[in-house]
Design a protein around this ligand. Sequence first.
Ligand code: HEM
Length: 203
Amino acid sequence: MRPKSWSFAATLLLSAGVAGYAVWIYGSGDPQRAPVHPAMVAVFNAHRALITTHAVAASLALLLGPFQFLDRLRAARPRLHRTLGYLYLVPGVAVGGITGLLLSRYSFGGLVSHLGFGLLAVLWLFTGVMAVVAAKARRFADHRVWMIRNFALTFAAVTLRVYLPLGFASGLRFEDFYPAVAWLCWVPNLVFAEWWMLRPRAA
Ligand code: HEM
């Protein structure tokens, strides 16, 4: 496999794993069996429609996102790229982002978590809007840049679930490391995306 195929396969596998988990646990509308802190289960129980809509919509974005970066698919099937793009952005990012923003005020870990998840939601929505505006104006290089930023934020769902076991392994209490995870799950992703686009080979 070529390096591009490897990165596509790895991204898709990780995305599908996290999306599958989210739909499996929350898709039924009963978050009772969620393997999270009891205080989070209580919040999700009180906001069942919100967490179910969020988990399903955001999972759609996570699943579709990797396909949008396949150059060959985009070149061979431009209409499919556009259809998947709208599904990614509207029922995916827009619905997932608005519900994520609403959930951020109930997130576990106090103000630091509320701000971390809240800013993630705002940037997720903003980069999605910028990507559409650029595509409509036929500025496709800009469209690609905004979509890379947007998917780096979508991928926070995966990186969050990488940091959680690391947090547990650190020996810290969940309530002490979770607020940091609310920022760590997306800030390094955005920094990585900017580096990826600026690296000499990308020019
Ligand atoms: C990128 C923007 C996103 C934002 C702003 C966001 C926001 C949130 C917030 C605030 C919570 C509640 C956390 C708490 O109570 O402490 C949450 C939980 C959750 N989110 Fe998201 N989220 C985003 C992306 C995603 C994606 C792409 C998925 C796809 C799988 C996802 C799936 C979930 C699930 C399953 C939960 C329940 C907690 C768990 O089981 O781990 N989120 N999200």
